[in-house]
Design a binder for this molecule. Structure first.
Ligand code: NAD
Length: 502
């Protein structure tokens, strides 16, 4: 650990962050603003427009007009695809600036923020390609019927996103929503509005028609809530906490909206004694400490077979202590500052709870040399019982719980013994065990002998309290489109004749 570094402040920060509605940057109708802090100094560096129902109304109206009267939903997939590729090119060409702003605003290490910026570009490229390659089903009943699927964009999609990797997660929704011809209103997270303010310029330069993309900043309970309850928004794609998901689910119910929910996690990484221990330790360190541990798919519970448990814990703790905490802007930094003092307080409270629930073997508080800023030392608790709160609850920071097991059955029961079911990571060289375990583990996604390496074609989503529905590949296309079935009679109409009786 070094002395507290000097805070890096990007040049040319905006003097305020505004909404973007119908192709124009605008303030809130009532002039309301909220403070935005940077996580290293926890000082207010900018104020952002605090959207209310009136602002959401304006944004939805602009998106609705662009949908009913504008060219975007009617363009050929290839034309939309070209715009999306230009968006990807622009994001790539600005990756360094994007990473600098994202890292400053969210506290993510700069190297990891750069990776996320590139992934954002890839999300656009992927869906640009997918809509061009998209085929739909046609079914023939010989001599009688030809039936086909008429896929149509749905309308105004409401996109509500969290503060962890904000720009990338926004792209994950914007890419497929736009590729399929919808128009959108994005409500980004209030902790991190900075990178989202770049979308408007990128979309204008790429040639996205006016009104197709709209952005309303603001608090979840105000701007987010108004979007969820807006009658002209038939779709809500939400990523955030499970409890917020429950609220949105209830609020959307009277409108019978299409919902896609990517929620919290408490994912297990299961290490069997026959695993490649070096690889498992490296991967499980990265799996919970990358992105500051503010990662929905973090492997935040490590279950280790008893035969290698002591060795694993000792080596894991030693390596965790060597993880470099530092200024988010420093390329050598592996764990930066947590996003906001409120979140920092929450993570620190779990660190204290953990001290009464498990055996602290690394970290356990603020790292040395960082008297200010939202810094948490990578923290490892061993011997954590499954009843512990740090085993059951999502902490969303650089804190991990390690628990021993004796049998495959016990490992499975521990893995499944939480309310969440997002990801699972399994480390074993036994093929049959790996697949048998994967089939039974309650997780939307499983990685065998691997970290979280995404293939954008595969489904992404969780089970239990981790989510509702899946996005990823054509599943995103399905969520953002109606699939109308059209039935065509071949030859003579064939139906029984009623009402011809004597
Ligand atoms: P959050 O639920 O507090 O907020 C997410 C978004 O919802 C924000 O934009 C917020 O303003 C908005 N919001 C809050 N209350 C609302 C309401 N009543 N109506 C409408 N919108 C509302 O989540 P967060 O703290 O920003 O993000 C962290 C959480 O997100 C973690 O639980 C994490 O696991 C989860 N997450 C899940 C995935 C996934 O794909 N499963 C990915 C990333 C993050």
């Amino acid at each position: 650990m070094t002395d507290q570094p000097i805070r890096h402040v990007p040049a040319d920060l905006p003097d305020r962050i505004r909404h973007y509605i119908g192709g124009k940057l605008v303030d809130s109708a009532d002039g309301g603003m909220f403070d935005v802090l940077d996580p290293v100094s926890n000082e207010v560096y900018v104020r952002a427009a605090a959207g209310q129902a009136a602002d959401v109304d304006r944004a939805v109206a602009a998106a609705r007009t662009a949908f009913t009267d504008g060219p975007w939903p009617r363009m050929a997939p290839r034309e939309r695809s070209r715009v999306l590729h230009r968006i990807a090119d622009l994001v790539e060409s600005r990756d360094a600036r994007l990473a600098e702003l994202e890292s400053f605003d969210s506290g993510l290490p700069i190297t990891q923020a750069l990776g996320q910026a590139r992934r954002a570009a890839e999300n656009f490229r992927f869906f640009a390609d997918l809509v061009v390659a998209q085929t739909d089903d046609a079914f023939k009943v010989p001599g009688r019927q030809l039936n086909y699927v008429n896929r149509k964009p749905i309308g105004v999609a409401g996109l509500i996103t969290p503060w962890n990797t904000p720009f990338m997660l926004e792209s994950w929704k914007l890419g497929p929503a736009l590729a399929t011809g919808n128009t959108v209103v994005l409500k980004p997270a209030e902790f991190t509005p900075l990178s989202a303010s770049l979308w408007a310029g990128i979309f204008e330069e790429a040639g996205l028609p006016e009104g197709v993309f709209n952005l309303v900043n603001g608090l979840g309970e105000e701007a987010g809530d108004a979007l969820v309850k807006h009658p002209d928004v038939p779709l809500i794609s939400f990523t955030g906490e499970s409890r917020t998901g429950e609220t949105i689910f209830a609020n959307a119910a009277p409108y019978l909206k299409g919902l896609s929910m990517e929620l919290g996690g408490k994912s297990p990484a299961v290490v069997f004694a026959d695993a490649d221990l070096d690889a498992a330790i490296d991967a499980t360190i990265f799996g919970v400490f990358s992105l500051n541990g503010e990662r929905c798919t973090a492997g935040s519970r490590i279950l280790v077979e008893r035969a290698v448990y002591d060795e694993f814990v000792e080596r894991y703790a030693a390596q965790a202590r060597r993880v470099v905490v530092g200024d988010p802007h420093d390329p050598a930094t592996e764990v930066g500052a947590l996003v906001h003092p409120e979140h920092y307080a929450k993570v620190m409270s779990y660190v204290e709870i953990g001290k009464g629930e498990g055996r602290l073997v690394a970290g356990g508080g603020r790292p040395e040399g960082f008297p200010t800023g939202n810094y948490v030392a990578p923290t490892v608790f061993a011997d954590v019982p499954p009843s512990a709160r740090i085993f059951q609850e999502e902490i969303f920071g650089p804190v991990v719980a390690i628990t021993p097991f004796d049998t495959d059955e016990e490992a499975l029961a521990l893995a499944n013994g939480v309310r969440y079911g997002l990801a699972a990571y399994v480390w074993t060289n036994d093929l049959r065990r790996a697949h048998t375990f994967s089939q039974s583990v309650e997780a939307g996604m499983v990685w065998l002998n691997s970290n979280n390496v995404r293939d954008l074609r595969t489904p992404f989503g969780g089970v239990k309290a981790s989510g509702l529905g899946h996005e990823g590949g054509y599943r995103s296309i399905d969520f953002y489109t109606h699939q109308q079935a059209v039935h065509v009679t071949l030859g003579a109409a064939h139906h029984p004749t009623f009402g011809k009786g004597a």
